[in-house]
Design a protein around this ligand. Structure first.
Ligand code: PTJ
Length: 260
């Protein structure tokens, strides 16, 4: 890995890039993952690289759904695995969710490397590896259709961080609640999910863990009320308005960075 000086003004962002690039070198992230990350960076730049209140509202509803679920599952791809391995494991522990590898560019080698990485961070079981991915999501033709009969197939709530398209619709057709984490509020996944967290996975996942540890102590009725009050269309609209307002404000200023 390249050594990034902590004094660099884009230190955090460069560090994430290095994690993704290192993931490619290790055969965990695919080259397409670099493109996905760059697209995310662009949205995050516009959002000011922070978690906005509507995203926090989505995080709360997402965690409440996971805690109330009978079979919650966290679906993991290459990018998510290298960006937040410890938080995947901690969220699974806090909510009782299973962890399942689900890849668009699926190879046996990548499945195993991702499972191995998550185990190094404390995961006791990782589904969706090898013969375990023996079930099929109907009407889905990508490699993402292959799922574990003990995981996504029987899940009632599925968390899909950084997803790429048509699986969310297929999962919803199967009657599942889908939670997406996607910096792009216009993406197919963001639009189709029941709960969309428009935030960077590196900020959203630690916040989800924190929220899970807090909400776990609440009675089920409180969790049900959080979900009933939640409106994903409203939250998506608010996130798009934040993007619009920020662009408007920045366009009026013209220059928003000055040499100190
Ligand atoms: O590991 P695999 O084989 O399953 O492949 C994973 C990728 C990410 C390559 C695959 O799912 C893909 O091609 O995804 P897309 O279509 O590029 O979509 C990724 C979405 O995630 C885009 O809408 C990005 O804006 C968004 N995104 C990228 N990085 C982040 C993000 N959202 C939240 N946090 C990020 N760090």
């Amino acid at each position: 890995m390249v050594k990034i000086p902590p004094s660099h003004p884009r230190y955090e962002s460069l560090l994430l890039r290095e994690k993704i690039v290192d993931g490619v070198r290790k055969g965990i992230v695919v080259l397409e993952g670099l493109i996905a990350h760059g697209r995310g960076e662009c949205f995050d730049y516009i959002l000011g690289e922070k978690t906005w209140p509507p995203a926090m509202e989505a995080i709360r509803a997402a965690v409440a759904s996971m805690l109330l679920a009978k079979h919650p599952v966290i679906s993991v791809n290459g990018n998510t695995a290298v960006l937040v391995p410890e938080h995947i494991v901690r969220l699974a522990e806090a909510t009782g969710a299973k962890i399942e590898v689900n890849l668009f560019y699926r190879t046996r080698e990548r499945e195993e490397k991702i499972a191995q990485l998550l185990k190094e961070y404390g995961a006791k079981e990782v589904l969706g590896v090898g013969d375990d991915a023996s079930a099929t999501i109907p009407e889905l033709h990508s490699e993402r259709r292959r799922v574990s009969p003990r995981g996504i197939l029987v899940a009632d709530v599925v968390l899909v961080p950084l997803e790429d398209g048509d699986r969310t619709e297929a999962l919803r057709r199967m009657g599942k609640t889908v939670i997406a984490i996607d910096l792009n509020p216009f993406s197919r996944t963001a639009q189709m999910a029941n709960i969309t967290i428009v935030d960077n996975v590196v900020r959203a996942m630690p916040l989800m863990v924190k929220e899970a540890l807090k909400l776990k102590k609440e009675p089920p009725q409180v969790l049900r009320e959080i979900i009933e009050r939640y409106d994903n269309r409203k939250v998506l609209g608010e996130m798009i308005k934040i993007i619009m307002d920020r662009l408007k404000e920045l366009s009026q200023k013209g220059v928003f960075l000055e040499i100190k």
